[in-house]
Design a binder for this molecule. Structure first.
Ligand SMILES: Cc1cc2nc3c(=O)[nH]c(=O)nc-3n(C[C@H](O)[C@H](O)[C@H](O)COP(=O)(O)OP(=O)(O)OC[C@H]3O[C@@H](n4cnc5c(N)ncnc54)[C@H](O)[C@@H]3O)c2cc1C
Length: 317
């Protein structure tokens, strides 16, 4: 129906992701305002319907090309289903899949796409999305024109759907185009999970380019060890091969939310701040009093890290 909301389902090891449940919650509210249904679109083996309460129906498409994620196969399928059903809104999450798929599906549909969405509503029949721009520095309220739109929502922005019964499953034939794809997934490479998970740490010591030299990392590592905290870093240290990728905080790294984030020699570029701004306590050490990090730090010092860190090690150790 022309007022339906289509939610693209993502799962991990058979479990529907939290982000998908949030999309179902957002979808329920939007569908209520539009007077349509929430359709969960599941691509791959198993409908997962018992985990998709909040949807009115699960549209289930099965085809070998849909699992694991193949961008071309998903793009063709999501766009075809959205078009066939005349969906008013297609909702995806800001994940590796959603960020890849959202603009491609929108282009295929000839519909607008809004990324980094944190709010969505219908105002006098008009779809209005609120989105983060400039790395989250500003919120933009966008009136989304047209008869269909793709919204790519940031996790944690909407309350997950709660309650509701197991939705009915409607098998949907796979598009014929899936048998003639130009893209094939050859191998799935799992990330190295042997390293410590910095996203789970309550306390993090983070170091940036101010450390100057790889050999100096020993100094901050000593402090991290004394505090029982993992050592994290800004991106340049990872790019130089001084720190593993699993320790990078930021836009193209990991998002962390520790109780305390102690930073040494990090300037506070928006791409770094995006990954740590939710830390409960941010303590920054940077010799430049005009460094942007002092705009977000709760506690700051312009002390030289080469003076401060050894002094802290002595105090803690
Ligand atoms: C698409 C994109 C994605 C990106 N993703 C990320 C990301 O995920 N994470 C990330 O971190 N960056 C990311 N970046 C890079 C980002 O823009 C910055 O370049 C980077 O964060 C800067 O790292 P830094 O603060 O360590 O280095 P710098 O900006 O060089 O800052 C070093 C700081 O150390 C201070 N300093 C120097 N000596 C001392 C001393 N002795 N004591 C104390 N302070 C000292 C200096 O005053 C300076 O402020 C990304 C960029 C792009 C374009």
């Amino acid at each position: 129906m022309a007022n339906d909301v289509l939610v693209v389902v993502e799962e991990q090891d058979g479990t529907v992701t939290d982000a998908t449940r949030e999309l179902l919650g957002a979808g329920r509210a939007l569908a209520g305002e539009l007077g349509g249904d929430v359709l969960a679109l599941r691509l791959g083996p198993g409908s997962l319907a018992e985990q998709l309460a909040g949807a009115d129906r699960v549209l289930h498409v099965e085809h070998p090309a849909l699992e694991p994620y193949n961008p071309e196969a998903w793009e063709v399928t999501v766009a075809e289903v959205a078009k066939d059903r005349g969906a008013r809104v297609v909702l995806m999450a800001t994940t590796t899949v959603g960020m890849d798929l959202g603009p491609a599906v929108a282009a295929r549909l000839g519909a607008p796409v809004v990324c980094y969405v944190v709010g969505a509503a219908v105002d006098g029949g008009q779809l209005v999305a609120t989105a983060k721009i400039y790395g989250g520095k500003l919120l933009a309220e966008v009136e989304v024109p047209g008869e269909a739109a793709v919204l790519v929502a940031i996790g944690g922005s909407f309350a997950p759907a709660s309650g509701g019964s197991v939705p009915e499953v409607e098998p949907v034939p796979a598009p014929a185009a899936l048998d003639g794809l130009r893209t094939a997934v050859r191998q799935r490479i799992e990330p190295d999970r042997s390293d410590v998970d910095i996203t789970a740490a309550d306390l993090l010591v983070a170091v940036g380019r101010g450390i100057g030299d790889r050999d100096n990392l020993e100094l901050v590592q000593e402090l991290a060890d004394a505090l029982g905290a993992p050592l994290a870093s800004s991106r340049p240290l990872v790019d130089q091969g001084w720190m593993p990728k699993s320790r990078q905080v930021g836009k193209s790294g990991l998002k962390v939310k520790p109780k305390a984030y102690l930073m040494f020699g990090i300037s506070g570029a928006p791409e770094h701040i995006e990954g740590m701004r939710d830390a409960e306590l941010i303590v920054a050490c940077n010799t430049d009093p005009n460094a942007p990090i002092f705009e977000v730090a709760h506690v700051g010092t312009t002390a030289d890290l080469f003076d401060l860190v050894p002094a802290l090690v002595e105090r803690v150790g």
